[in-house]
Design a protein around this ligand. Sequence first.
Ligand code: CTP
Ligand code: ZN
Length: 159
Amino acid sequence: MNPQTASLTVSKIRNGTVIDHIPAGKALLVLRILGITGKEGFRTAVLMNVESKKLGKKDIIKIEERELTSDEVNVIALVAPSATINIIREYNVYKKLRVQIPQIIRGFIKCPNPTCITNRGREALKARFKVIKRQPLLLQCVYCGTIISQEDLEKQLVM
Ligand code: CTP
Ligand code: ZN
């Protein structure tokens, strides 16, 4: 096969979730957000930097035997706003969802302020951020007011 047209093919899955149209290079961040380490035991395919008609290049994740919850789907939008979520049942696309940045993010991100009440060990409250701007992304800690950007967010992921 001509190297220009060669493609890296991964088989269709029977049941589970395909996260498609992830910006190239962001698949590992999406896996972290979902808490997928590889130790869970489900078969997972991660394709990075594959050709896409819409995006030039993109990443794709295929997770067998796991359907994502709507909370998980929307948090993916923080690192991959272009992603589409395909829920697969018996080899068919049962549902196709676009991700949407939620107004409030509970958990997933750690406040960078060491004195924040969300960082106080056993007495800590669960982190909560308000989305104050979507493009470019800006989040604010509900408890201490610390503002974090897209770049900070990628460093503050809990997983
Ligand atoms: N897919 C899969 N296993 C299945 C069905 C679909 O892995 N049993 C994958 C496809 O390879 C594709 C994604 O899920 O990466 C979405 O499938 P489909 O909607 O059929 O593809 P497109 O029409 O190209 O999607 P879109 O319109 O979102 O670009
Ligand atoms: Zn805080």
